[in-house]
Design a binder for this molecule. Structure first.
Ligand code: KG4
Ligand code: ZN
Length: 353
């Protein structure tokens, strides 16, 4: 069974084709990605209307590229999946509209996928996929969540940010230091040459006793520090970047370890753009190795937004029998969900003996 996946929730247009036939993890046949980052950089952040218009320009050429690379034709595709939410409304509508139009033209079902489910399952695209159950740390530009994942479609929220996401904390702090958008990777590179103990920055909610996060105060502390430094900021930027990164990573690692202890699970999945951060990876790896916990990451190319994770999530839902394909084929009406909690997805009913 061939599943085409289309991602257009923010500033990346991604298209991919997976083969979800058989019992194993769906196999990635080809994928293509266009990042709009260069276009948005001039504005210091994503401009939603420009994002929507660019998705319109990219999505069909990328689809053609994917079909060509996989040496398949659209007529071979069995299901067309798209990101239904969460994300920017206009950007989501492009992917949803194109997916449903293609599906109607081909007489095939179209299927909406939760963007975070895509991130969460993205490590299944790697050579060493995880096994269920596991704890997932989802750290993207818009979300910071700890979830308990028992099987495909069964996601229980353990804790989440009460204000800014970890990626936002990286991006906003980087902006204060004059770094280009998206600031996370730039801040991480700058931090390599800095002293992480140079500035004492807050670790909000570290001892809150629950698994929630808060990063809004950190940004204010970075701003205060930058103002205090004044003209000296330029020569101390690497130190401030290293201290900021250390504060964000410290909170993420400690809360994740608390989630592992609370659930007593021995497997951890880290997904979303911030999951590409080298310091986060090295600290999590060291802490988990000490505790006998296995950590799984998506391949670096699938940490940030991409179409492969959307095709994969759709394929895994189909394999798990969570989707009624006949139901999907009638009408091709669609709606997008710019705000959508992952825990709202229907859990799989547990069979009782
Ligand atoms: O998952 P993603 O591509 O998009 C969303 O769904 O939000 O994540 C993007 C976020 C941005 O905030 C970006 O700065 C951050 O991931 N990011 C990083 C790194 N690479 C991407 N943050 C820290 N270190 C990195 N190496
Ligand atoms: Zn994302």
């Amino acid at each position: 069974m061939l599943v085409l996946g289309i991602e257009s929730s923010c500033d990346e247009t991604g298209v991919a084709l997976v083969d979800a036939g058989g019992a194993g993890v769906p196999r990635l046949l080809s994928h293509a990605l266009y990042s709009q980052i260069a276009m948005h950089q001039a504005y210091g952040g994503v401009v939603p209307e420009l994002a929507s218009r660019d998705h319109i320009r990219r999505v069909l050429p990328l689809t053609q590229e994917v079909m060509k690379d996989a040496a398949r034709s659209l007529a071979d595709v069995d299901v067309i999946a798209y990101t239904r939410g969460p994300g920017l409304a206009g950007a989501l509508l492009v992917g949803a509209g194109v997916a449903c139009s293609l599906a109607a033209a081909l007489g095939k079902p179209a299927m909406g996928v939760h963007h975070l489910e895509g991130h969460l399952l993205s490590p299944f695209l790697s050579a060493d996929p995880p096994e269920f159950p596991f704890v997932a740390l989802l750290v993207s530009g818009g979300h910071t969540q700890l979830m308990r994942v028992d099987q495909v479609g069964s996601y229980a929220l353990l804790g989440e940010t009460i204000d800014d996401a970890a990626g936002e904390a990286f991006d906003k702090s980087a902006k204060l230091m004059g770094l280009p958008y998206p600031g996370g990777p730039h801040l991480a590179t700058l931090a390599l040459g800095g002293d992480s103990a140079a500035f004492k920055l807050p670790r909000p909610l570290l001892h809150s006793g629950n698994l929630d996060f808060s990063f809004a105060g950190l940004k204010t502390a970075v701003l205060t520090q930058a103002k205090k430094l004044g003209p000296e900021l330029d020569s101390r930027k690497a130190d401030l970047a290293a201290s900021t990164q250390a504060a964000i990573v410290d909170v993420l690692v400690k809360k994740t370890l608390a989630a592992m202890a609370q659930t007593t699970l021995r497997r951890l999945v880290v997904a979303g753009g911030v999951g590409a951060n080298a310091l986060l990876r090295s600290q999590l790896n060291a802490a988990c190795q000490q505790r006998g916990i296995r950590v799984h990451y998506p391949e670096l190319a699938f940490c940030t937004d991409n179409g492969a994770m959307i095709a994969l999530a759709a394929g895994m839902r189909l394999q798990a029998g969570l989707v009624n394909l006949q139901g999907l084929q009638s009408g091709y009406t669609f709606e997008v969900k710019p705000r959508w909690n992952l825990s709202e997805l229907q859990p799989i009913p547990v069979a009782t003996p």
